[in-house]
Design a protein around this ligand. Structure first.
Ligand code: PEP
Ligand code: MG
Length: 538
């Protein structure tokens, strides 16, 4: 038996035969000697690629969702990108065949994207490579896509998004790749498809493992090749228990989140953008407790306009059909950078200009966001909260600003709703000052990811410090206890929207502390509802 590890992208256990996926390496045809003929071959292949992608786009939107369809859409846009097309044309004029020109251009563009700082742009490297491979394959007379005879575990160097969506979903039990990041489109698709997967493994792709029995444990982030009897039995049991558990959770769909002792709690979901609404509905969340609105600012070259922001918020508000959304104002900075903000390089970005600090310094950024949020509030229940608060003066200044924006809109004759104003408690200062802060706002939402990082002085981004990043640390739990207590003393509600909120081993503790809301990834809601419904807390 061989065992290896990787970064888990989606949990679950899969047992099956390894299926090594290797891309076809066709020898590229050389030029026929006539550049105009090669150019025509390219144009025809490009249109064929467009037709394939269009069909794939429709299939993806129908079977997986519009957000994933957009991944294909990005590739279709590449087919009209002037720089890309001009580069190919120039190479053909210089004597390259259509296939050689597309391959060379695809590689060059992919390398340029991969070298960019922006994570979104980095991820585009895969898209340009993918679309170029498709055109080259057409030019070589080949077909894209592949088939699997029987269900198996797909093992690959890396997978592009369009390869992933074309895979026969009913046949793939798990993905294991040597490359790939947990933010890649392929990883996103794997999560949506509920397929256990590991990236960044050291798995050996030599054919010797092809067809061998394999296990992927997406909980532990490990895989086994030719497992021994004992491992196989343990993993079969684990898989069975997981399936049974998921089935049991369905009994909690549509139920109220109330303890046996009669305590009602909100089980809300965290989202990044309007496309995530589908998961909120699927997960049976009772509302959105954290919309990380900075995602609307990432992966762009310029600020979104007030109108764009308004449309995005309105879509969420309307999509929730009367359920509440808590929009967090942008938390750019630290690991979430957008070049067009023009922020200076910082030695300690997690302790730098981020979250509310940017909004307080940049009214030109804060104003359109707040106007858009107030405008969207006319369409359903909206709360707004501010990240990285550390001092009373920040809250007072933000409140003044919000009151000004509200009055301004009313004076313009624009409809606005009643908007609750809250703050995130994610700095130790805010937790310690929570009694005073509670008198200023309508609610608290605890960001345990940052609260843990700042309380324990441990960089949450540093994988080498994982062993020290202890969100169960008594200091963190004590702050959580104080925050809920101080909120209730002042008559306001308190929730948790950091990852710790989904930690089922602490649900009872959070109920005892008096938390009114837990906001978690949509897929975790049913599990937590079960916990809540089984609790005796009053
Ligand atoms: C947190 O810090 O816990 C939080 C919810 O915000 P983010 O993870 O986006 O910093
Ligand atoms: Mg945070």
């Amino acid at each position: 038996m061989k065992k290896g590890t990787g970064r888990p992208v989606f949990s679950g256990v899969a047992i099956g035969r390894a299926y090594i996926y290797k891309k076809q390496q066709a020898a590229l045809p050389t030029s026929c000697g006539d550049a105009s003929v090669e150019q025509r071959h390219f144009e025809e292949a490009k249109e064929e690629a467009r037709a394939q992608l269009q069909a794939l786009f429709e299939k993806t939107c129908k079977e997986i969702g519009e957000e994933q369809g957009m991944i294909i859409d990005v590739q279709m846009m590449m087919l009209d990108d002037l720089d890309y097309l001009e580069s190919i044309e120039a190479m053909i004029k210089n004597g390259a065949s259509a296939a050689e020109a597309v391959k060379e251009t695809g590689d060059t563009f992919a390398a340029a994207f991969a070298a960019m700082d922006d994570d979104y742009m980095k991820a585009r490297a895969v898209d340009v490579k993918d679309v170029s491979t498709r055109i080259v394959t057409i030019l070589c007379g080949g077909k894209t896509g592949f088939s699997m005879e029987e269900p198996g575990i797909l093992v690959a160097e890396d997978l592009t998004p369009s390869e992933t969506v074309q895979m026969p979903k009913d046949k793939i039990l798990a993905f294991v790749t040597r490359q790939g990041s947990s933010n890649s489109h392929t990883a996103i698709l794997a999560r949506i498809m509920n397929i256990p997967s590991l990236v960044q493994t050291q798995i050996n792709l030599d054919d010797e493992i092809d067809g061998k029995q394999m296990i992927v444990d997406g909980f532990e982030g490990c895989y086994y090749i030719e497992p021994d009897e004992q491992t196989l039995a343990v993993m079969k049991e684990k898989r069975h228990a997981t399936e049974e558990y998921r089935q049991q959770l369905e009994a909690y769909r549509g139920k109220e989140s109330v303890t046996r002792g009669g305590r009602k709690i909100n089980l809300f979901a965290n989202i990044g953008n309007p496309d995530d609404l589908v998961h909120v509905i699927e997960g049976d969340a009772e509302g959105v407790g954290l919309m990380r609105s900075e995602f609307l600012y990432l992966g762009r070259t310029d600020f979104p306009t007030e109108e764009e922001l308004f449309e995005a918020y309105k879509k969420v508000v309307e999509g929730l059909g009367g359920r509440r959304v808590v929009i967090r104002t942008l938390d750019i900075g630290a690991d979430k950078q957008a070049d067009y903000f023009g922020l200076e390089h910082e030695e300690n970005p997690a302790l730098g200009l981020r979250g509310i600090r940017i909004c307080l310094e940049r009214e030109d950024v804060f104003r359109p966001q707040m106007r858009a949020i107030y405008r969207a509030s006319a369409y359903g229940p909206v709360s707004v909260m501010f990240p990285m608060i550390a001092s009373l003066w920040e809250v007072r200044k933000v409140k003044e600003f919000c009151a000004k924006i509200r009055e301004e809109l009313i004076a313009e004759g624009v409809a606005v709703g009643e908007v609750e104003l809250g703050i995130m408690i994610e700095t130790p200062a805010a937790a310690i000052m929570s009694a005073q802060l509670a008198k200023e706002v309508d609610f608290f939402s605890v960001g345990t990811n940052d609260l843990t990082q700042y309380t324990l002085a441990i960089d949450r981004q540093n994988p080498n410090l994982d062993a020290f990043y202890d969100a169960h640390h008594p200091a963190v739990l004590e702050l959580l206890r104080q925050v809920a207590h101080n909120a209730h003393e002042a008559g306001i509600w308190a929730g948790i929207c950091g990852e710790l909120g989904a930690d089922a081993s602490l649900t009872e503790t959070f109920l005892e502390m008096g938390y009114d809301e837990l906001s978690v990834s949509p897929g975790r809601v049913l599990e937590l509802r079960k916990k809540v419904c089984e609790s005796e807390v009053q």
